[in-house]
Design a protein around this ligand. Structure first.
Ligand code: NAD
Length: 502
């Protein structure tokens, strides 16, 4: 099969009217090319079930080609001798370009994932743009340290350098494809790496447009390559490839474990951002006006398809009934509908498979004896909508409490005191995030120290910022993304030591 190449991405979107079911391609070395097999994967709008695009179904050969191009670019003077200050300026230009196209990207993200376009504009786009700006600032500041060597008493000059790891393979999920892809791309480029990114086959469109805009902003061809395909084919080939120095993966814990196995061959560096089962913890003294909406948004935002969704709600005895009522009251105000409608709060789930998985969990909650106090059903006949769903009187042995559902389902449980809730909140294989609602600030910080979670929010939830390390304890992941720590994860630290004594 001949690979068709082009400097232009084959249009996936005709903004303002409708998305065309066009055939789009992979981006390799600045050219938009079809897969070697010529096979494609259909991409649908989960709100309407309409076909909106086709992307290449790539395999080992496509991945190999992209990795070789990324390696050649990594070793090219155009990339590795670019002045740090100019690399920073390039990332800033990308941020500006994304800003110019923010409405278009939000629209793409909405029709592809189903999420509310208003929230994509409010959260996904700022998160995407900010990380390029933030990481751009690091390019000219990523210095090492000089080190005081004791050793044998002679005089040495010792220092560290943070060198780019090399070629990075990135694999992203479908819930925040644009922002989570941007976190990886901006950090890797800032560190001086090059990348091959495999977006999820379910929602690949915004990532391709992002890559196209990066090229328009002046990114050297080959520094960022996008290869579409299924996880077990293109994803596995990327994670196994001996020419990839690091793999950065965001997705389920189940696949994350496979990525670790795939990486063993050449002992790639591995960063994993995986699943979660985060707790919301509400004490008797909390500001209940804040808690109802806060705890409801903490789980129902993005229709519950958020890794740090607070799906276990622990409420202290004294306010239990009031909190259940307040969360149900807030949920009843959330309009479920097509993400393009301005008042939509919760869009559909991403696929028919995800919808039926979530409905199965809801059925299991009922079978295992939790009280369904709100929601529980699918909505409409077209699209993969599910109501916000609240189970009261759940207990830690239930499936809905133990397993990640990745849908709009919360389980509410009671607790007596800090000791009990610490034990309950930590009783999970995950450790991504937690939130605490109380007016007692000392208690809040003491509890925050004892929770096994990578992010703890006090009287708020989901505050994600490029300056704050993000990642999980336990089976929620390895390493951290964004922030200085996330940037250093794309570098190798080298110690250099010179003897100065004669
Ligand atoms: P997933 O693990 O099914 O897929 C994620 C990516 O991995 C996709 O690109 C997929 O094609 C690829 N993949 C699948 N099988 C593969 C294989 N065998 N080898 C290589 N790649 C493979 O996850 P998902 O369903 O897309 O996303 C939902 C999951 O992602 C949830 O568990 C959620 O908690 C997690 N997530 C975590 C974070 C975080 O930052 N911790 C953020 C978002 C989502």
């Amino acid at each position: 099969m001949k690979i068709i190449g082009d400097k232009q991405m084959v249009s996936v979107v005709d903004v303002g009217s409708r998305i065309k079911a066009a055939d789009s391609r992979n981006l390799i070395g600045g050219e938009w090319v079809s897969s070697v097999s010529g096979e494609t994967i259909d991409v649908e709008n989960p709100a309407t079930e309409e076909l909106i695009a086709r992307v290449p179904r790539s395999g080992v050969e496509d991945i190999d080609r992209a990795v070789r191009v990324a390696r050649a670019t990594f070793e090219s003077r155009a990339w590795n001798r670019m002045r740090p200050i100019d690399r920073g300026r390039l990332l800033e230009r990308i941020a500006c370009k994304l800003e110019e196209h923010a409405d278009e990207l939000a629209y793409l993200e909405s029709v592809d994932t189903g999420k509310a376009v208003s929230f994509a504009k409010m959260l996904d786009l700022p998160s995407t743009i900010d990380v390029f700006r933030y990481m751009g600032g690091w390019c000219s500041k990523l210095g090492g340290r000089t080190l005081p060597v004791s050793f044998d008493g002679k005089e040495y000059h010792a220092y560290t350098r943070h060198e780019p790891i090399g070629v990075v393979g990135a694999i992203t999920p479908w819930n925040y494809p644009l922002a989570l892809g941007a976190w990886k791309i901006a950090s890797a480029l800032a560190a001086g790496c090059t990348m091959v990114l495999k977006p999820t086959e379910l929602t690949p469109l915004s990532t391709m447009r992002l890559a196209e805009l990066c090229l328009e902003a002046g990114l050297p061809e080959g520094a960022l390559n996008i290869v579409n395909g299924y996880g077990h084919e293109a994803g596995a080939a990327l994670a196994q490839h001996a020419g990839v120095d690091k793999v950065t993966f965001t997705g389920s814990t189940e696949v994350g474990k496979k990525i670790v196995e795939y990486s063993l061959g050449n002992m790639k560096r591995v960063t994993l951002e995986l699943g979660g089962k985060s707790p919301s913890i509400v004490f008797d003294d909390a500001d209940l006006d804040q808690v109802g909406l806060g705890a409801a948004l903490a789980v129902f935002f993005n229709s519950g398809q958020i890794c740090f969704a607070a799906t276990r709600l622990f409420v202290q005895d004294g306010v239990y009934d009031k909190v259940v009522e307040a969360v149900a009251g807030a949920a009843s105000q959330f309009k479920v509908g097509n993400g393009l409608e301005p008042d939509t709060m919760m869009g559909p789930l991403v696929s028919a498979r995800q919808q039926s998985r979530v409905l199965d969990y809801i059925a299991s909650g009922q079978e295992q004896g939790a009280d369904l106090v709100y929601g529980g059903k699918k909505v409409g006949d077209k699209g993969y909508f599910v109501e916000p769903t609240i189970f009261a009187n759940a207990n830690p042995s239930m499936k809905i409490v133990k397993e990640e559902i990745f849908g709009p389902v919360v389980s509410v449980m009671r607790f007596k005191d800090v000791e009990e809730v610490t034990r309950l909140a930590n009783d999970t294989t995950y450790g991504l995030a937690a939130n605490i609602w109380t007016r007692d600030i000392k208690r809040a910080h003491r509890l925050a120290h004892r929770l096994q979670a990578g992010s703890v929010w006090i009287n708020c939830h989901g505050v994600i910022d490029a300056a704050m390390p993000f990642g999980g304890f336990k089976q929620s992941g390895w390493g951290r993304e964004v922030s200085e720590e996330g940037l250093l994860a794309y570098t190798e630290t080298k110690s250099i030591c010179a003897l100065l004594d004669d």
